[in-house]
Design a protein around this ligand. Structure first.
Ligand code: ATP
Length: 133
């Protein structure tokens, strides 16, 4: 079966260089499934899971925004932060979610509230990806 290369890169360096049968990504306009031979495209990503299907298993990666570039033989994800499920510190993510929820209740400033909502979204994404291991 044909596979597609997947490179996930952040400013801190490469997070993963692997191969997958199929890649599922959460873009800003919805979820897309990418098979080998997909047409070239670039799309902005949501805070969400990047799912790498390999045989009967799926590896999930928490990706926090950024872009996906698709070429027929390679998918490149450029994100500010990205973590493999196995690298997620679940206690830290739960603490971050709790802190964000408490801050949201106290916030009156709209801009601050939007930033805290993003903190909460990142923490929930990490928890979901960790739990999907
Ligand atoms: P926290 O409030 O716990 O610091 P954060 O959402 O503010 O979380 P980020 O700014 O998104 O953290 O990320 C900062 C760095 O820490 C990045 O390198 C990111 O990959 C890493 N990171 C953040 N939370 C976790 C986690 N729960 N497990 C593993 N790495 C994490």
């Amino acid at each position: 079966m044909k596979t597609i290369k997947v490179n996930i890169v952040t400013p801190d360096g490469p997070v993963s260089e692997t191969e997958a049968d199929m890649v599922i990504a959460a873009t800003e306009t919805g979820e897309i499934g990418i098979l080998p031979g997909h047409i070239a495209m670039v799309a902005p990503l949501e805070i969400g899971a990047l799912r790498l299907k390999k045989g009967n298993s799926t590896e999930n990666v928490a990706v926090h925004g950024g872009f996906i570039e698709v070429r027929p033989d390679v998918v490149t994800v450029l994100a500010q932060h990205a973590e493999l499920a196995s690298e997620i510190d679940i206690d830290r993510a739960k603490r971050a979610a709790k802190r964000a929820e408490q801050e949201l209740q106290a916030k009156t400033d709209k801009l601050d509230a939007q930033l805290v909502e993003l903190d909460l979204k990142r923490a929930i994404n990490r928890i979901n990806v960790y739990e999907s291991k």
